[in-house]
Design a protein around this ligand. Structure first.
Ligand code: SF4
Length: 350
């Protein structure tokens, strides 16, 4: 009898590998395909629900494999209808993912790591220790669970996914790309790659790798300052990935993919909110086709940064537009439940 600990995580196997296991178990390989479909396309979390699989085979599956599915641990609904979820993983770690409903768009913001090794000063996750990377199926499950939540609460499926929750996606490169492969494939959720955005704090080497891999999804860079000295202060990762290195990597990425890049820019009161800052950002934008999202800041308990005033934000955006930069101001969602950008942190985990 195989104990639970020896069971194989069935979703870590490719279809080929699963078929090989089935042959070893004296089962037909087409059965593996049926099970694979239950696991991914139908997002089934239990062998007992696989109705076209014989009871005998289901028992065998139960004895040999495990489905390490993610479960909703807690959900909170904001006054603006944003839903923040904490998810529990099979090893009891907790992560967070958010459903953001806006007119014409239902967006899931998902995590890619448990905690984060980068220490961005304005971000609550940055004050948590990085425990581990998420597996592709753990990212996939967040999307499935948020999609179900979206259908149940708002009567429609998700339209967009952003990898902007806990963790730095490009430091979990392979699993993030594998999760996107599954989300976009016909064997999975069949969502368009153009509906997915991966947001990075800026790892130049990995941005180039995205170019080499000619990815089809969107890339966003959390820029927040177009001046090395300032960026070093709030994002220590900038010390090894200067703006010059990032610009070179982004140009390389653009040459390979022809995908414009989005720059996320949180305006902090008195730090990066003056016209000189806007000027520097407009200059940075000249490197390649891009757009800028100016994001309202949500103060967190650990840091002293505050949101810039409305007038400053408008003047900043206007200056960028004057320089021909496609600029949008994004109001924060889910602030009252700590679900807004930069606020995700598992309180119990600190
Ligand atoms: S902003 Fe992103 S990369 Fe920076 S600490 Fe937070 S989760 Fe990590």
């Amino acid at each position: 009898m195989i104990t639970t600990r020896q069971k194989i995580d069935i979703r870590s196997l490719s279809l080929d590998a699963l078929q090989k296991h089935f042959i070893q178990m004296d089962e037909k390989s087409f059965r593996a395909k049926q099970v694979y479909e239950w696991l991914w396309k139908k997002s089934c979390f239990s062998f007992s629900e696989m109705s076209n699989i014989s009871k005998e085979l289901r028992t065998k599956l139960d004895e040999n494999f495990v489905i390490n599915n993610v479960r909703i641990f807690n959900s909170q609904v904001s006054a603006d209808k944003t839903i923040k979820n904490s998810f529990i993983l099979h090893d009891t770690h907790l992560i967070e993912g958010v459903l953001i409903p806006t007119p014409g768009r239902m967006t899931a913001c998902v995590s890619s790591q448990v905690g984060c090794s980068l220490t961005c000063k304005f971000c609550a996750t940055g004050y948590m220790e990085r425990k581990r990377n998420l597996n592709p199926d753990e990212i996939y499950d967040q999307v499935v669970l948020i999609d179900n939540q979206c259908k149940q609460n708002y009567g429609m499926p998700l339209s967009n996914i952003v990898y902007m929750g806990m963790g730095e996606p490009l430091l979990n490169y392979k699993n993030v790309l594998d999760s996107i492969e599954k989300i976009t494939s016909e064997e999975g959720l069949n969502m368009a790659a153009k509906r997915i955005t991966v947001s990075t704090a800026g790892i130049a080497k990995m941005i180039k790798k995205l170019g080499d891999d000619q990815v089809k999804f969107n890339l966003a860079l959390s820029l927040h300052a177009a001046n090395d000295e300032k960026r070093n202060t709030i994002m220590p990762i900038n010390e090894q990935n200067s703006l010059k290195a990032l610009a070179e990597a982004l140009k390389y990425y653009y040459a390979k993919t022809k995908n414009p890049v989005t720059y996320e820019y949180i305006i902090f009161d008195g730090f990066n909110d003056n016209i000189q800052d806007a000027e520097e950002l407009a200059r940075f934008c000249k490197h390649l086709p891009c757009k800028v999202n100016i994001i309202e800041y949500n103060p967190i308990a650990f840091a002293d940064y505050l949101n810039a005033g409305e007038d400053k934000v408008e003047a900043f955006a206007e200056h960028l537009r004057k320089h021909g930069v496609n600029t949008h101001i994004r109001r924060s969602r889910g602030k009252d439940i700590d679900a807004a950008c930069g606020q995700l942190a598992i309180k119990d985990a600190k």
